[in-house]
Write a new protein. Structure first.
Length: 233
């Protein structure tokens, strides 16, 4: 646990900067952290989408067909949610298993356990960011790769962290995706290669661009929160 805390302190020490709309030093690209982990960032402009739609999407998708709608090339198989996922209602605390590729890499199993954003961001700054419209949704998860993903005592994958931070705009929304990966191998000196990071950048840009083409219609047709589609005539 102490080692994991040290990893988190290094990886997430500047995490609250993601709550501000002002440009970051790393909006899209790679950075090697001082402990050897790889920080991967990608920025997407999602025309016609809003943060509430992306937050809803994680309560909706549950099949391989859904995953392929999200990314028809890289998403291979939906391995299932655990019992904490409730369709249309909840994904916080739930764990998902899936198989996907990252660009040219072979298919790999991924495990993600989702958390409340309050678990990683300063609660006061987080509340202010929502109130000021600097943030409209945050999807945060602990992530790991491989058939037998190492987990901690809380059931969290120990390899890294995934954050999707959304801000609504006049045209739709801006999505900042940041990944902090490779924690499970740094003790043995096994650093995640840059090529994985570049593949993840390509994957992340593509999957949310694909999703943005269908998400608004899906949201208005399938969600159960009473939102009505705008009249276009």
């Amino acid at each position: 646990m102490e080692a994991q805390n040290k990893i988190e302190q290094v990886a997430l020490k500047d995490i609250n900067l993601l709550l501000a709309a002002k440009p970051l030093y790393l909006e899209a690209g790679l950075k090697r952290l001082e402990n050897g982990m790889l920080h991967v960032a990608m920025r997407n402009n999602l025309v016609g989408c809003k943060g509430k739609m992306l937050d809803w999407w994680f309560t909706y998708f549950e099949t391989t067909e859904d995953l392929k709608l999200w990314h028809p090339h890289d998403h291979i198989d939906h391995g299932g949610w655990d019992e904490k996922w409730v369709k249309h209602k909840n994904y916080i605390g739930a764990t998902i298993h899936a198989t996907e590729t990252l660009g040219d890499t072979p298919p790999v199993s991924a495990t993600i356990k989702f958390h409340d954003a309050k678990d990683v961001f300063d609660p006061t700054l987080l509340s202010k960011a929502y109130a000021d419209g600097e943030v409209s949704a945050i999807i945060y998860g602990r992530i790991g790769f491989g058939e037998n993903t190492p987990l901690d005592s809380n059931g969290d994958p120990i390899d890294g962290y995934m954050l999707h931070v959304v801000r609504d705009t006049l045209e739709g929304c801006v999505l900042r995706s940041h990944f902090y990966l490779g924690a499970s191998g740094i003790a043995e000196g096994h650093l995640l290669p840059d090529e994985i990071g570049f593949g993840l950048m390509e994957h992340c840009y593509s999957e949310f661009t694909y999703l943005s083409h269908s998400l608004p219609s899906l949201y208005y047709a399938k969600n159960q929160h009473g939102d009505k589609a705008p009249l276009l005539w």
